[in-house]
Each structure stands twice: as C-alpha cells, then as structure tokens.
Design a protein around this ligand. Sequence first.
Ligand code: EPZ
Length: 420
Amino acid sequence: MTKYVINGENKLEGSVDISGSKNSALPIIAACILNGGKTNLYNVPNINDTEGMLEILKNLGCNIKKKGKKICIDSSKINKYDIDSKLMNKMRSSVIIVGAILARFKKASFSYPGGCEIGARPIDLHIKGFRKMGINIDESTGYIVGKCDKIKPTEIQLDFPSVGATENLILVSVFTDGETVIRNVAMEPEIEDLQNFLNKMGAKVSGAGSNVIRIIGVKKLKEISYTIMPDRIETGTFLTYAAMSGGNVEVCKCNTEHIIPILTKLEESGCRIYNEKNRLALIAPKRLKAIDFQTLPYPGFPTDMQSVFLSMLTVAKGTSTVTENIFENRFKCVSELSKMGAKISVLGSSCVIKGVKRLHGTIVKAADLRGGAALIGAGIKARGTTVIENGDFIERGYDNIEFKLKNLNIDIKKIKEHVN
Ligand code: EPZ
C-alpha cells in the first residue's frame, strides 16, 4: 500500500512539465487493437491505469515493448476476444476495449467493469448502442457476451453525453460498410484526440468536439506513431495547488485551450494567470475568494476537477457552494477534509463550504483518484504533517506526482508499505 506524507505550509514555487493525458491514452491504447499491426505511442503517462490497460492487451495476445517514452504495441497476434475479468474489474475504462474487440472480431465477452466508487457507473448506454448496431448482447450469465455477423452502420442518439459510450461506439463503427452517426456525444478534448489518432490510422471519423460524430467505415487501418495530448486534469490540479498554497507556478507542455473553465474559476477566486498556448503561469493572491461552481459535461467545469477545487475552497475567504451533476457519489473526500478542520456540509448533490483560515495535518484516507489528489492539496496547505493512506488511488492517474511536487518546493514523501 502507498502512503504520502506531507509537511505542510510550503508554497508551490517553480515550473512543472505536464504528462500525457490519462483519459486520452486509455481509449487510444485500446484502439491499437484495430490495425492488427504495430503502433508507436509517445507521451503515454506512466500511471497504474495505463499499466492496467496494457496488461489487458497483453492478456489478449498483444506484444508490448517500452523504449523510454515510447510504447510499441503489436496487435497482430491477438488470439482471444474474452477480456480477463480480474483485469476488467481493476478499472472502469477497461470497458472501452470492448468496442475495439467487437470491431475486429465481431465477438467479445467481458464482465461489468470496476473502477473508483464515485457512482454506479452503469454501461447501459454502451450496450444500447451496440444493440442498435446489430450486435447481439447476452447478459444472462452475469458475464456479457456480444457477437454478430455484421456490425450495421446506423444512427444513434445517446441519452447522455457519456465519454466512454462515445468512445466505444466510435471504435465499434470503424469497419462498417456505411456511415454511423452518433448524436448527443461527449465533446471532451479526449474524444478529439481519439478521432485524430484513428484518422491518422486511416479511419474516417469527423465531428469530435461537436455533439454529432460521423464515422464512415473503412476496410483496414495502418501502422502509425502518435503522441498523446497533455493531461488537462493534471494541469488543473497543479494550478489549484499553487492557488491554494499562495504560491506561483509555471505549467509547461500543457494545452490551455482545454482548461478554460478551470482558468475562469481560478481568476474568479483572485488568481492572476499569464497564458500562452502550451504554457502558463499562475500567481496566487494572499487569500482566495470563495466562489460557486457546478460540474457539467465539456465544455462545462470538469467533474474530475471537483474534489481538488473543493479542497482549495476550504481555505478561501467566505462561503462557497459546489454542485456535482455528473456522478452521484463524488464527495467522499469531504469527511477526510473535515478531519483536517474544513467546514463542509453535504446536501445531496451539492455541498456548502465555509472557508477557514487554517487546516491542520492528520491521518486521512483516499477513497478515489481525484479525492486523493484533493487530500494532497489540503496536506500542502495544512499546518503540521498529513499522512494520506490508500495512496494507490492517486497513482492511478498522476504520473510521478511526488517528484513533481518536490521540485515545486513541497515537502512530500511517498512510502510503499508491503502488506503481507
Ligand atoms: C470518463 O469516465 C473519465 N474516465 C472520467 O474520469 C470522467 O470523470 C468521466 O468520463 C466524465 O467526464 C476516462 O476517460 C477513463 P461517463 P466515463 O460515461 O466514461 C453515466 C478520472 O478521474 N453513465 O461520461 O465512465 C455515469 O454513471 C475519471 O479521470 C450511464 O448512466 O464517464 C456517469 O454518471 C473518473 N450509463 C455519467 O454518465 C452509461 O452507459 C458520466 O459517465 C455510461 C455512463
């Protein structure tokens, strides 16, 4: 088990390079199944979730080679289409691989995905879309088996702009003999990165970033190299830590176009931001102002930034309200922040935060990835020592966060405990 130990009250100071996007790398790694050949990926973040996705590909028969920052995936020898349920249960995003397997083999069997306990996270929209495309899905055994003779190009209206369902339905459509139109799709930047990746392989996908995506099926996809886009949530996380600690930070190798809602809210809370295309600087005020925000599908304020922002607002001047509209159980870090002296009351899908002058360090437990990141922010700000248990959650989505924070003047140590 991993623990993070932070001695607080240091300000973030210095410059940090952002890693590749976890939520872009995961669907793109899955999409490497499609060309039945070699794909070189660059800027893949070195985190547990990408390791998990690579494990699933290896289990299916792919050959994976890592050379420094390059990962070479050879999917020519895939010899099975049932996804190992232990690996599937490790993370929610494993479900994205199903679309790629169905597209290539017209059959797939898999279990319900696991993932962070931030909500029920059903996959009904994925299944409904697969069925609309003529794929027979049998859920009677508690295991899900999908198969068909032919995947039918069709028109699909998503009940909700689900990121995963959008990605899965794009992947399953790439080899049909016509045009598939998917409406009310997610517009997150990670969808555009997936579209760019597939089109570089020779697919014909258009509309990513809008609410309608069209996929014209092709016969084959080619071997390519591709560089994953920067992680917008990691960018927002470091900016928020700087804002919360009263510091100033330069963030490089990021894409500022992807984080407008986050920058807007940071400025509203009193931060000064100097913004160029792929780098920016933030100077925090002496004390942040309380602000209100709600999470929405992109281009609204991202749900993945909710916990970290909530943590920042615990020390702002005044009362803030936060509303979580995407997941039904994403306030799990509140109980832990309260142990550190935060004044937060949860009312259904909203919470009210009364800013305090100071937090104090203590022992706290991460319950999910972004909640863990929120506790790191609180530990940086708090007086005294904070020990964050279940740090493995944090390692799912942040590449070398301890090293990056140490370079930003933060007193943080990662302790790996071997639980026998
Ligand atoms: C992706 O998860 C991200 N994960 C999440 O990031 C992110 O929070 C989420 O999109 C929303 O932006 C990856 O990209 C790997 P959804 P996903 O399908 O695809 C409901 C992180 O911290 N829903 O857009 O699972 C669902 O329950 C992670 O990096 C259905 O009801 O999210 C949720 O309430 C956490 N039925 C809402 O839609 C379905 O079939 C949004 O889910 C699918 C989703």
